[in-house]
Design a protein. Sequence first.
Length: 351
Amino acid sequence: MKKFIDNLGYLFICLILLGVLALALFWALSIGTVKLPMNQIYQAVMGQLSGNLPIESSGRGPVHDIVWILRMPRLIMAGIVGCGLASCGVIMQAIVKNPLADPYILGISSGASLGATAAILLGIGVNFGPNFVGICAFIGAFAISLAVLFISNLGGRSNSMKLLLAGMALSSVCGAFSSFIVYFANNKEGMQTIAYWMMGSLAGAKWSNIFVIGPIVICSVLFFWTQSRVLNLMLLGDEAAVTLGMDLHVYRQVYLLVSSLIVGFVVYAAGMIGFVGLVVPHVVRALVGTDHKKLIPITALTGAIFLVLADGLCRIIIPRTELPIGILISLIGAPCFVYLMIKRTYGFGGN
């Protein structure tokens, strides 16, 4: 009976979060340079959903164009990015058994940064088309994750500590190469582009990207949800898992690759956005506990809500100017994380 009540409460929380996400989307659709009333937004949304015309078909009116061509893609992408980063934060913290782990801790962010720097300043990957910077960043992120797995398995099987050390070492190497390229490129405009890209932005979101990245992120999160038992064992450690007949070595490597896939596509779509994968899992874990069966879906929904709200705030904090979302996330995330660190009632991986 108690388990049934707990599951009922868990489903109720998920439904509430879905409702909050819908409200956050409508709120964010209404703000911007042109303020739209809610009734017009509702009509534009329902008109598109009930019709069979393509989203970008002409003659639908200015409200439709603002909602479906300018604002909706970036908000949907914000939800996808927030869902992916928050979920990866949960997974990384379980993989390395470190409460300070986030999706970028294993050198993935440095690999993405190196790929973007090489693309912008050296012109590598221009044949990929207009999105070549994001594509090179994705390639860099995924390549570094493979290198982390390779190095951590040298001299014996990898474990959480070897993964962490390999990630830190490769992060330093990628940072050094990025600085080397910037130092000798002597390209002021390129360096400004890199700086803006490193701050993160959802302004370039497109429906074509959403149709690719969305299914990948959602399917990956669902996959992690099915692995909740193994993730719970990871918090107990390899020794405890072996006594229960579970070898975590292969699982750890598979989870890292899937997480890197998510992060690579997120970096491709939105640049570097930090703190989401660090703060959101801690906030949710403090509220619902450490069971990954509940933690993963609630964290994914909370991350989506957080980034949708943050993207809306970025467009109204400074009049007629859009604040890079990475800056706002850091300003919000850092104080929240400090508070969680000093809160005595909170513990990672248990009470």
